[in-house]
Design a protein around this ligand. Structure first.
Ligand SMILES: [Zn+2]
Length: 323
């Protein structure tokens, strides 16, 4: 939120003044007359992914590719996103907001609103792991494992049945906590300690990993991603969900020879949000490791300030009006 409203990035801001706030979760206060699957009192997460419903992609049933997409309470991806932001002008920091029923995720009673407020990040990681076809016995590498996306990817990969989760990052304390979650499955490496690809191959019988999830921060260097790419198995899939902007110099011949894939992924579908909520509801996705740092509704500015301190991947800064 701080970065977006600095106005220095490429995003298209909603008409100002705007009501902002991403990843809202709460109780339904009122339903429209054509709503059949939701009732007043239902606990839900609002997937903020807004689409136009009429571009070539939407008409082809590819809403994640919508060429006028926007995130409710946040920003538009294109100049043409403005009508979507105007149609749903209330962000998560409002007392009440509107949403179409199609974007609602039903929350099991065991998933708290504070945990659901993390779904944007966890869902982004979930979509990446699904793009990488992660399942029983998969081996996964995570670049930037100590950040919010990286911790989410780790918790999910554990639940999805990955046998090896090899992460690299900068925060040694978070890496120690991550390793403790499943010492036989998770291993971590501090960036700069040694070449990543060699380290990955040593831990995968020389093969390399099935999937690399890249969560590099905007400030990261492409050399780390390049090193990690070389730790992919033949036929492996690299999925980028990070904000790395430094150009990456790849050797297409190797991609041909190794049958490697490199793809980007952004956000997640409401279906994926529901799968995730259901997994969290029964503990397949164990969110109990996340710690909430709550702020009251009138403490929003303190919350935005607290984010700047980069508390690390396990901490969830949430504005919760019930606190
Ligand atoms: Zn569209």
């Amino acid at each position: 939120m701080n970065a977006i409203f600095s106005g220095k990035l490429w995003n298209h801001l909603p008409p100002l003044p705007a009501s902002v706030g991403l990843d809202a979760a709460g109780v339904i206060a009122e339903v429209g007359e054509r709503v059949v699957d939701f009732r007043v009192g239902d606990r839900v997460y609002v997937n903020p992914w807004l689409t136009c419903g009429q571009c070539a992609y939407c008409r082809a049933d590819e809403p994640m590719l919508c060429s006028s997409s926007a995130l409710q309470g946040y920003f538009g991806f294109f100049p043409t996103s403005r009508p979507q932001l105007e149609a749903y002008p209330f962000g998560g920091f409002s007392e009440y907001m509107t949403s179409s029923a199609q974007r609602l995720v039903k929350l099991p009673g065991t998933v708290s609103f504070d945990q659901a407020a993390r779904f944007g990040y966890i869902g982004t990681s979930f979509a990446a792991l699904r793009a990488g076809k992660v399942g029983a016995g998969s081996t996964v590498a995570i670049n930037g494992i100590t950040g919010t996306l990286g911790v989410g990817a780790t918790l999910l990969a554990l639940g999805m049945g990955a046998t090896r989760i090899l992460g690299f990052g900068r925060n040694p304390n978070v890496m120690t906590q991550l390793k403790a979650l499943a010492p036989r499955r998770i291993d971590t490496l501090g960036l700069g300690e040694r070449p990543i690809a060699d380290w990955i191959r040593e831990r995968t019988g020389g093969l390399g990993v099935d999937v690399l999830v890249d969560c590099s921060a905007r400030s990261a260097t492409s050399a780390v991603t390049l090193d990690a790419l070389n730790g992919l198995k033949r036929g492996g899939i690299a999925v980028n969900i990070g904000a790395l902007t430094e150009p990456l110099s790849i050797e297409p011949f190797r991609f041909m020879n190794y049958r490697w894939h490199f793809q980007g992924s952004s956000w997640f579908t409401t279906e994926e949000g529901q799968l995730m909520a259901d997994m969290a509801g029964v503990g397949v996705l164990d969110l109990s490791h996340l710690r909430t740092q709550p702020y009251p509704l009138d403490g929003i500015n303190d919350a935005l300030e607290a984010i700047k301190a980069r508390p690390g991947g396990f901490v969830n800064i949430v504005v919760n009006p019930d606190r």
